[in-house]
Design a binder for this molecule. Sequence first.
Ligand SMILES: *Cc1c(COP(=O)(O)O)cnc(C)c1O
Length: 369
Amino acid sequence: MIRFTDLSLHHAAHRRQELSALSRAAQDARYIRGPRLAAFETSFAAYCGTRSSVGVGSGTDALTIALKAFGIGPGDCVIVPAFTFISTAVSVIAAGAIPVFADVEDSTLTLDPALLERAYTPRIKAVIPVHLYGMPADMDPIGAFARRHGLIVIEDAAQAHGSFYRGRRAGSIGHAGCFSFYPSKNLGGLGDGGAITTSDTKAAERMRILGNIGQKTKYRHVLIGLNSRLDDIQAAVLSTRLPHLDRDNAKRRAISKRYRRLLTGLPIRLPDDPAGRETNMHLFVIRTPKRDTLRAFLTKRGIETGIHYPLPLHREPTLRHLGYRHGAFPVSERAAKTVLSLPMYPEMSVSDQRRIADAVREFFRRVTE
Ligand SMILES: *Cc1c(COP(=O)(O)O)cnc(C)c1O
């Protein structure tokens, strides 16, 4: 059996360090907004290259809080890609605004800058490019579009810890970057967590208040907020993991390179590698019209795979009320039918990778016979 990912391996490799960080946090008993959170926020901001970072309860809350911090709410519209994890749109609705979908580039499946002008209306106040699978969206033309119309740019960097766009870290390019520390992300905790990065000090202050039920100081409520904080105990673990992130991302990129080599010549589409964008290889996603039969074949061979994601957002049952028709976003619709994520995690063995590639080869040999 080859698992899609194995989250126990990182902890196993750094068990002593993680357990002692947890134990110290438990003993110290400053569980909410404690010193380990403050320390992690400082080091995560430094890592991303922003002035501040604000720990919150999840990546979804990070997006909602970032939108609210920039004053986006009822009456406003926000452009999001039609192909992403549903949180990108759910957070807009949670902030009281309306998501407006735009299609993605066929090459990277990130927001297509060429389609933004067409999606624009005067009610649009922000745009959320998603660095899907870790691949940064094309931020320069997206930023130019936003400046033309005075829009806020919030990066959904929930999959992009450590990715680069033209030398800048994901999360430091827009007005704010939103991260998730869900366990399976490249930087994950032992449960839910998230952070917002920004160099706008005033916005960071509002984010901190919004995540703390609107309290500026204890029992002085200045905004309608959420209860969405990053626990001291999670921050303690994340601080032990952050120093390993670049090395783990490099391992993922090496695995991706090997996949490319092992899978050349097959009738599948491998991930594009555009100049100026360095992915953290959160997911290794191939595309083939035979996705469903290939997936079933690999399952029978004991190889777990994933589909990120089976539906474009305008086809999601809970978002159909937004009123988009079938066929409105052809690239997103095709992607949802053809994407297949192969196992990818830093500790993955070469022999497992060979077995996966051999199985994919065998599948295509059989279907062409
Ligand atoms: C994981 C993820 C989120 C949400 O993060 P949570 O911590 O699970 O709330 C948002 N956007 C994208 C693209 C994600 O992959």
